[in-house]
Design a binder for this molecule. Structure first.
Ligand code: SF4
Length: 425
């Protein structure tokens, strides 16, 4: 069976998905392809992305909003573009953050340039991004597997690349693994549990490929956590490939992944239902069950990499919220600021050597978290935490990263307990 009959509004259309992080976006496209939808990542970001977006922005937009708009507009310039056959995936959320306004800006812009027929598909944070309406539960389920697999493969890339003996080998293996996983996820003839089993087998073989990379773990590197705003920390164009800069300066990174945000959305959905719904309701039961299944599936897809990623385990959302809640009231500050503060405490516990907060310039999440970092650092034996802001105009990032890594190095020298073994073979 090629297509799900309930997908009528998207049939015959091409669905474009913002390229937040290369690998995960390709896997997410594969999840939609499995359901008969022609899904593609938006074109890669470059200077033109900013340039065409700027024509439609007032100056109040945040950097991820500009990049996403620019890449959507690039879609409209592609040869053969047909507005009536184009849909854009733009997840949304309510609240004070500008993320909730992306959709309005994009709709207004498209309408203004005469592209009213382009559809914007907007599942929301409030229902754990399950509100995909006629796309159905399968898209949510396969999309979840895609995101988990993408996160695991990225973690393996970051885990091995700094120690590789042949430059570029880990990137090549990572690309092969993304391609294989995408093929497995996209197969229309393998559905439900069969697809999940195929993906598990695929990830097992990816693990073998990563294992075969020649790497030297004898020189321990500084372990640097990367937290902050989700788009900017994951999108290599927006953050000037910050991860590679840290690696160039002797670091190994531990990037807060996409699942962190999605589990946090689940947590808040359940928390809101706990506060405002009756003590027992079907909605509460569904939310709890969905979260439980997602956790179990994440655990199963993580299993092939468990030993390699040992010591880099992500905290449960409730724990992250509790840790961040030491500094900001979780019910008042819902967003990455809370998660970044919690992650700093978690990283310190896990013997990391520092944390970089990657945020778009003028993002209130980054700014509010930064205000607490001196206190957090003081309470964590001087654990180095530094905010890095991005808006496409950085000039001295190398110098800033170098200074931060120097701080992390000094901190590492004075650490009482070191990280457990770096090698995993
Ligand atoms: S967190 Fe900041 S950068 Fe991200 S969407 Fe919200 S306002 Fe924009």
């Amino acid at each position: 069976m090629v297509a799900n009959r309930s997908l009528t509004p998207l049939q015959g259309k091409t669905l474009y998905i913002p390229r937040i992080c290369q690998g995960s976006t390709l896997l997410l496209c594969a999840a939609f392809k499995a359901l008969g939808i022609d899904a593609r990542p938006t074109p890669p970001s470059d200077a033109r992305t900013r340039e065409i977006a700027a024509r439609h922005c007032s100056g109040e937009e945040c950097y991820p909003q500009i990049i996403t708009l620019g890449n959507f507009l690039k879609v409209t310039e592609e040869p053969g573009f047909k507005p009536e056959q184009t849909a854009l995936l733009m997840v949304t959320a309510s609240g004070p953050c500008r993320f909730g306004q992306y959709q309005q800006l994009f709709r207004r812009t498209l309408d203004r340039i005469g592209l009213e027929e382009v559809e914007i598909l907007s599942p929301s944070c409030e229902n754990g991004y399950r509100g995909l309406e006629d796309i159905g539960a399968a898209a949510f389920r396969y999309g979840w597997w895609a995101i988990v697999a993408g996160d695991q493969l990225s973690k393996m890339l970051h885990r091995i690349r700094p120690y590789e003996s042949v430059a570029g080998e880990t990137d090549a293996v990572y690309q092969q693994c993304i391609t294989s996983a995408a093929e497995v996820i996209a197969r229309p003839d393998r559905r439900g549990r069969d697809k999940f089993t195929d993906l598990q087998a695929c990830l097992n073989s990816c693990r073998e490929k990563f294992n075969a990379i020649d790497a030297d773990y004898s020189n321990e590197r500084l372990l640097i956590g990367i937290a902050g705003e989700i788009f900017c920390r994951l999108n290599t164009f927006s953050n000037d490939d910050f991860v590679r800069k840290v690696e160039q300066f002797g670091g190994e990174v531990w990037v807060s992944d996409v699942c962190e945000w999605l589990f946090y959305c689940n947590f808040w959905e359940m928390e809101e239902l706990r506060c405002f719904d009756s003590s027992f309701s079907l909605r509460r039961l569904k939310a709890w069950l969905s979260d439980w299944i997602q956790k179990r599936e994440e655990h199963q897809l993580h299993a092939p990499f468990g030993d390699a990623l040992s010591g880099l385990d992500e905290p449960p959302a409730a724990e992250l919220v509790a840790l961040g809640g030491r500094y900001i009231d979780p019910h008042a500050a819902m967003g990455e600021n809370l998660l970044s503060l919690g992650k700093a405490v978690w990283l310190h516990r896990k013997r990391a050597d520092g944390m970089a907060d990657i945020s778009p310039f003028s993002c209130m999440n980054g700014i509010s978290a930064e205000a607490f970092y001196p206190r957090v650092s003081q309470e964590l034996d001087g654990f180095p935490i530094r905010s890095f802001y991005f808006d496409g105009t950085q000039t001295n990032l190398d110098e800033d990263v170098g200074i931060f890594m120097e701080l992390a190095s000094n901190y590492a020298k004075g650490k009482q307990i070191r990280r457990s073994s770096v090698s995993f073979r």
